[in-house]
Design a protein around this ligand. Structure first.
Ligand SMILES: O=C(O)CCC(=O)C(=O)O
Ligand SMILES: [Fe+2]
Length: 193
């Protein structure tokens, strides 16, 4: 992706991210700007993945099983080669690329602040003998270098719905993510009450 198109794409995807956070806020019964005002759309960044054709796909993996650690991910897949799979009821389900379509993943931090109302999904990218496969993930991870504290949103907590997660300092949360292997790490497990 050329620099100009990456920057242009990044601008559009930020707008889309904020629209989605607005809809998700409303779905939680909150003001449209609630999640945006919590800085959930801050610090978005693009990760480009290039998976070459693999002669022995059964011996390899593209991206190992994980859930995205931030709030929200918008994923663009190239329109020919599939490889993305989501774990659903203990089965890996193929997410076929849809021309013009984007994949939206709920991340662990959104599960945490929504007190479990939204669920992050576990996914992976398998190796295939057709390729290359290209994907561009835009992560909305929040103000990752700061000391902002995130916990379940107060309005969503009640006697019937007690907090399911502890509060986290976002920079510590991110540091933990980057010092632990993807495979054995599920951010939320560390923060359950
Ligand atoms: O390449 C893909 O489709 C998945 C990439 C991914 O899950 C990630 O970067 O978090
Ligand atoms: Fe991911």
């Amino acid at each position: 992706m050329a620099k100009e198109s990456a920057l242009e794409y990044s601008k559009h995807v930020e707008i889309l991210g904020n629209i989605l956070l607005g809809l998700l806020s409303e779905a939680l019964g909150l003001e449209t700007d609630h999640l945006k005002n919590m800085d959930c759309s801050q610090g978005h960044r693009l990760h480009c993945h290039y998976y070459p054709a693999c002669p022995e796909p059964e011996l390899a993996i593209g991206t190992t099983k994980h859930s995205d650690a931030g709030f929200l991910t918008i994923l663009l897949q190239n329109q020919i080669v599939s490889g993305l799979q989501v774990l659903y009821q203990d089965q890996w389900v193929d997410i076929q690329p849809v021309p013009g379509g984007l994949v939206i993943n709920i991340g662990d931090l959104l599960q945490l602040v929504s007190n479990g109302k939204f669920r992050s999904n576990e996914h992976r990218a398998i190796a295939t003998n057709i390729g290359p496969r290209i994907s561009v993930a835009c992560f909305f991870s929040g103000p990752v270098n700061g000391d902002k504290v995130y916990g379940p949103i107060e309005e969503l907590i009640s006697e019937e719905n007690p907090a399911m997660y502890k509060e986290v300092v976002i920079s510590e949360y991110v540091a933990k993510f980057f010092t632990t292997g993807l495979d054995d790490y599920r951010a939320l497990d560390y923060y359950k009450v």
